[in-house]
Ligand binder design. Structure first.
Ligand code: BGC
Length: 738
């Protein structure tokens, strides 16, 4: 692995020299030839201008539009709307010397106007097809509103729920995360990114941003190469293999090298190993932040480090455009490096078709027709229903039965339209969101619904608790909607404590003390520590932030119109003291046991409150007849694993069948189990279905002591069930190659 910058640069220059020496031949497409001819006509300033991305508040300021005229801006972010983007684009393509179109980027994370569940919540559906369809809708709306390029999907692995950005990712597992990453890329980009309903995707934030120490946003990351490659990198790779057009470099360092200045990550891994052909954009002011990291003493040095590492576009720092011309003229940055970055950016613009239609088909009429279209809301509702996880349901408290005549809906999140959308809600409008209270009222029919807020989300005032208690006393069931405000997760929203904020715990205990049966509905962007609730509340529903259709989706599950079917994409710890806590941990030399000198805490179990993959249903499923296609396979062979799943209860419901593997003896330590397959199946009462999985080198391999990816011979164990705990077990062997 090449970590030294100088040797890297030599390699890069050799590579570029080879590339430019290659005969300009028939294989080169006409788009590439056009880009060559454009490059030949560009001044150095115009070239660096293409690498300059500026943010816009609502409309660009005149000074920024002048920069567009001078060819000194390649992209705007946060400028949206067909009319506003047209105005800026018209200047670029009619008033600038070379008429190069701008590319408009925006964070379309879980919907543009029709807001879907937050990515962590949507992942709880374990339904990549649903995630793809949701991303398709988001792309359709965003593209109609002039957006060319979304800064999504975010695919970091998060093993630390204190990190607020866990809300934006797919949780703790690389296999599930990879499936979701690829699905979202396919959804955003569609079959042809030139189509007027497609946007270019960004896989972000590269890499291992979720490994921040202490779960504190932007903090240092220090990981072994093995953990990086086995746990953190796979979802990025999956997104790139799915064709993601761009990558965003992350804020963090890994082991002393800020990613924004890491040629190893941005070029060796990304381009050489993985064959990525698109362009890399920095994160917001991350090029300038190399000064804070202490690896650059001047803005110019920061720019040089980032550009030479392989970060092609500078988001907001304005360093490339302001500080790099002098360095290039002084011979401190080879012009070939600049040309290569510009070529990548222009190629992305060409891939989007912007040289032919700089407006990418966006019109005010299309925008009006697309935003919040009824079909989009319908899909948002279905995805929201699938994302709800039933954590606990003692005594079949849910669904609410015919004996319930009065419901008290209580809690600071019960009627909060802003929170329902979660963080990074695009151009979502809280007014579009149906709250739990409104959804429950609409579904309740003749059942009467009382409401008491009880307390605020974070304030400490307790005066409202009495009203909540009074409402609960008059009701047959109290539905408490508790949790976090939408902006308590997401960027710069790490928490040192992840319990119910403010006096919500007090509210919960006061309502519980009335003796009225209670159902706890959680709204939050991360796993929470809720040990008291897990012990005392019979029914707990995890609803994340479900988006515009929060209320109807929640009501459908509470009343049993659909069964809950989500499964946790991240472990719920008992206490922050257990973090990091994740299912695919190692066994250690002293696995937890009754002996004192084993790996455990003296004051808390090592087990989670709710494990990865957990989620209950209104029906019951039986797993039987686990079959493996062979007792032994070759290292490059394929094993088929089949299991029969039967709905043994009285309701139609979906189950997420999960397959885990464990390599029993290997040259390096292996996780106790790793997810190696999953399938969401919907079964009618009494219906049985055989579910097949294929295990190949991809699922069975490991990075050996030489960091080579291999399948090692020996015994493997498989586990199949409805969560990461328990399940049917089988065994097979990978044969030694003679
Ligand atoms: C975030 C990115 C986001 C960018 C542009 C940054 O602060 O880290 O995820 O894409 O802003 O909005």
């Amino acid at each position: 692995m090449i970590r030294s910058r100088d040797s890297f640069l030599q390699l890069l220059l050799a590579f570029l020299a080879l590339a430019s020496a290659a005969p300009a031949t028939a294989q080169r497409s006409s788009a590439a030839r056009n880009i060559d001819s454009l490059l030949a006509r560009m001044t150095l300033e115009e070239k660096l201008g293409q690498l300059n991305q500026l943010s816009v508040d609502s409309v660009p300021i005149p000074e920024d539009l002048d920069l567009v005229r001078k060819g000194l801006v390649g992209s705007f972010l946060n400028l949206t709307g067909a009319a506003a983007t047209h105005d800026a684009q018209r200047i670029a393509v009619t008033e600038s010397r070379l008429k190069i179109p701008l590319i408009f980027g925006y964070d379309v994370m879980h919907g543009y106007r029709t807001i879907f569940p937050i990515p962590l919540g949507e992942t709880a559906s374990w339904d990549p097809e649903a995630a793809e369809a949701a991303a398709r809708v988001a792309a359709r709306e965003a593209a109609a509103a002039g957006v060319h390029w979304t800064f999504a999907p975010m695919v970091d692995i998060a093993r630390d729920p204190r990190w607020g950005r866990i809300a934006e990712v797919s949780g703790e597992d690389p296999y599930l995360g990879s499936a979701m990453a690829a699905a979202r890329v396919r959804g955003f980009q569609g079959k042809d990114v030139r189509a007027p309903d497609a946007v270019l995707a960004t896989v972000k934030v590269f890499a291992a941003y979720g490994g921040a120490e202490g779960g504190r946003d932007y903090n240092t990351v220090d990981l072994s190469d093995r953990t990086l490659r086995e746990v953190y990198l796979p979802p990025y790779r999956a997104a790139i293999d799915a064709g993601a057009g761009t990558v965003m470099a992350s804020f963090n360092e890994i082991g002393g090298i800020p990613n924004t200045a890491s040629p190893w990550l941005m070029t060796t891994v990304l381009r050489r190993e993985w064959g990525f052909k698109g362009f890399v954009v920095s994160d917001w002011t991350a090029v300038a932040e190399l000064l804070n990291h202490g690896v650059a003493g001047t803005r110019a040095d920061a720019g040089k480090l980032a550009l030479e590492a392989g970060v092609d576009m500078d988001m907001v720092s304005r360093i490339y455009v302001d500080d790099l011309p002098a360095l290039v003229r002084a011979g401190r940055i080879p012009i070939a490096v600049v040309n290569e970055a510009v070529r990548r950016v222009l190629s992305a613009k060409a891939a989007l078709g912007l040289f032919d239609d700089p407006y990418h088909g966006a019109t005010v009429e299309r925008e009006q027709a697309a935003l919040l279209a009824p079909a989009h809301r319908q899909l948002a509702r279905r995805v929201a229903e699938e994302s709800i996880v039933l954590l606990k349901n003692d005594g079949q408290r849910l669904p609410l039965g015919a004996s319930v005549k009065t419901i008290a809906v209580i809690g600071p999140l019960a009627d909060d339209q802003v929170a329902a959308l979660g963080s990074w809600a695009g151009r979502g409008d809280p007014k579009d969101a149906v709250t739990p209270l409104v959804g429950i009222k609409a579904r309740a029919g003749s059942v009467s619904v009382l409401y008491a807020k009880g307390c605020g989300i974070t304030d400490t005032a307790t005066a409202g608790i009495a009203d909540a208690v009074a409402a609960a006393k008059q009701a047959d069931v109290a539905v408490l909607v508790l949790g976090e405000a939408g902006d308590m997760s997401g960027e710069a929203a790490s928490r040192a404590n992840i319990d119910l904020p403010g006096v919500q715990q007090q509210l919960l205990e006061a309502v519980h003390a009335t003796g009225t049966p209670i159902v706890l509905v959680l709204m939050n962007g991360r796993p929470l520590t809720i040990p008291w609730a897990a012990e005392h509340v019979p029914a707990i529903v995890e609803s994340w932030f479900l988006g515009v259709e929060t209320g109807p989706a929640l009501a459908a599950v509470l009343f049993g119109d659909v069964s809950a079917s989500g499964k946790l994409p991240a472990t719920f710890p008992r206490s922050v003291g257990q973090i990091p806590l994740y299912y695919n941990h190692k066994n250690t030399g002293r696995p937890t046991g009754p002996d004192k000198y084993t790996s455990k805490y003296i004051d808390l179990p090592v087990t989670p409150l709710f494990p990865f993959g957990h989620g209950l249903s209104y029906t019951t499923f039986a797993y039987s007849d686990l079959r493996l296609s062979a007792p032994r396979i070759a290292p490059a062979g394929t094993l088929k694993v089949s299991v029969t799943v039967t709905n043994t209860g009285a309701r139609e419901a979906a189950e997420v069948v999960q397959l885990y593997v464990h390599d029993e003896v290997a040259s390096v330590t292996r996780p106790v189990r790793t997810l190696a397959g999953f399938r969401r199946v919907s079964l009618k009462p009494g219906e049985a279905r055989t579910v097949d999985f294929q295990l190949t080198a991809k699922e069975l391999g490991l990075y050996n002591r030489d960091m080579k990816f291999v399948v090692e011979p020996g015994k493997f164990r498989v586990f199949v069930g409805g969560s990461s705990v328990g399940g049917l077990e089988g065994e097979f062997e990978v044969a030694r190659v003679r």
